[in-house]
Write a protein that binds this ligand. Sequence first.
Ligand SMILES: O=C(O)CCC(=O)C(=O)O
Ligand SMILES: [Fe+2]
Length: 299
Amino acid sequence: MGYWVWYRRTLHKLWIKFLTLCNILLQVINHGISHSVMKGAKEAALDFFETSADEKDALASNDIRKPVRYGESSKDSISDSRCFLKKYAHPLQEWIPLWPLSPPDYREKMGKYALEVRRVALQLMDAILESLGINTADLNEQLDEGMQVMAVNFYPQCSTPDLSLGLPAHSDYGCITILLQSCEGLQVIGGDGNAWQEVPQVPEALHVHIGDYMEVLSNGQYKSVLHRAVLNPDKKRVSVASIHGFSMDKKVTAAKEMVDEQHPKGYKESSFRDFLDYIETTDITKGKSFIDSLRLTST
Ligand SMILES: O=C(O)CCC(=O)C(=O)O
Ligand SMILES: [Fe+2]
């Protein structure tokens, strides 16, 4: 306990700096997303995974470039025991016609949540960048046009959770990820750098991660958070990870405010498309990660 901060509506930049530098977990409350919208998203997720195999197979693909795709652990090399639906979500009107048709209220419930969580993400990214002294005027416009990818995950109840992971350790490629979960199961590497910490389930709170592109933008001041999902011994679990970043071909590099003689640029520039190329050709189960591939010097 004690590893999270409840963040009220006024985003205070000093707090954000403090908690991200200390690698403290960030959870937001008073984010303005109603209980019913959050509940709706979790229901839609669970109902989708409980639809017939035919419905899900119609969306199944190993092609990581598909804007909407369903996958299962046996077909996805990075997960041991998970089903997922990955889908693009911004601009919503462009992608929602590709989302599942079943259950019939999936698009409505998940669409409402997608819009709301994006609003919160834009506010948070603005506050995080400001906390670093980065001029946000240009970046905000680019983030406004940026990608939102939602990973909707289902993990079965498992009476021997020590024997199988839901999702092995990884960091997310975007600037930030906002995670909604139905019960405990998410773990992050804690403040001491190498012990896994369980992320507590706080009613109405959303969990926030720093992702690879925030590490790049901050030139290594803020580190991408290593996390994994464990299986729950008592219940099945759903989570909705909403990943927010720049557009497909926007090359991301350290913000100019973060670079000087003492702090040379620490990362290669890259885009979401470069990330997709990387994971298509790299076995990330063998300890390789995208952010490591971008490092120019040790940061
Ligand atoms: O289910 C979780 O708690 C984590 C999901 C996740 O890390 C992801 O989808 O990238
Ligand atoms: Fe993740």
